[in-house]
Design a binder for this molecule. Structure first.
Ligand code: HPA
Length: 270
């Protein structure tokens, strides 16, 4: 695996001289973050050796290198989901690439269904912990001790200082922020009513089809992680509750300016 990672990084280095300090993974419908960047280069995933290629609508599938407010960063516009048929190794491959490119902090966004009664569509939830709802663990298999420990501690996967900073920025910018537990599922089905209720019962506040495997990989490699969900639909409602991918994308897009402002503030202060 190391050779495959090194090939990817060697190619990226031929395209860009940026040594990023932070990496950002943009979730469904959240691709416009890069409008604020001074972009050096955009690399389609298909050009990067050993990179999987993104297929889902709303994911642009490009790695973007450049600066945000003077800070060198790398953005992944589009990610790989287990439900697309990628192996869990493929899902987390880009996270390992970002770490080996030099990032110290990983910022992750996603679209998620809310199961907390206070949540409304369009709200943001800072992830302070997660539950893997039967998503395969990306660290199963031989461990390379140069990458990280065999049995990584997961008591604080989401960096507390970054959470505190995000809350301060949210208060300054008047952005309504929740904090809670993200429950990772494989998808691609949205949950049944009974499953949404079960997720609430086990202590989840939001549910989505990404992030958990990426965060496990990032923590394994010693990265600081900040992650946030855009609540794009509500899982627990009395009325008819049909959820569509279109509505998820539209809600994510509508909430994007808030998310962008928050990430931008965090990177500027980081
Ligand atoms: N469930 C799972 N994944 C999701 C949802 C949801 O309700 N909304 C957006 N991604």
């Amino acid at each position: 695996m190391k050779a495959r990672l090194q090939d990817a990084i060697a190619y990226i280095r031929t395209q860009s001289s940026v040594t990023p300090v932070a990496g950002i993974v943009l979730g469904s419908g959240l691709g416009n973050f890069t409008a604020n960047m001074e972009i050096e280069v955009e690399i389609p995933y298909g050009d990067i050796p050993n990179f999987p290629v993104s297929t889902v609508e709303g994911h642009k599938g490009r790695m973007i290198l450049g600066k945000l407010d003077g800070k060198p960063i790398v953005v992944m516009a589009g990610r790989f989901h287990f439900y697309e048929g990628y192996s869990v190794e493929e899902v987390v491959f880009p996270i390992r690439v970002l770490k080996m490119m030099g990032i110290q902090t990983l910022f992750i966004s996603n679209a998620a269904g809310g199961v907390h009664p206070d949540f409304e569509v369009g709200d943001l939830m800072i992830i302070n912990d997660h539950i893997s709802f039967f998503t395969p663990n990306p660290l199963v298999g031989p461990n390379d001790p140069e990458m990280g420990p065999r049995f990584p501690d997961m008591s604080e996967p989401y960096n507390k200082e970054l959470i505190a900073k995000a809350k301060a920025i949210g208060a300054e910018l008047n952005i309504r922020l929740h904090e809670g537990v993200y429950t990772g599922v494989t998808g691609p089905t949205f949950e049944t009513r009974a499953e949404y209720r079960l997720i609430q019962l086990v202590g989840g506040h939001a549910v989505g089809m990404s992030t958990v495997q990426e965060v496990i990989t990032a923590v394994h490699m010693g990265l600081k992680v900040f992650a946030i969900s855009v609540i794009t639909d509500l899982g627990i409602r009395e009325e008819d509750n049909v959820i569509t991918h279109e509505e998820v994308l539209a809600a994510a897009k509508a909430a994007e300016p808030k998310l962008t402002a928050l990430f931008r503030g965090l990177i500027a202060r980081g």
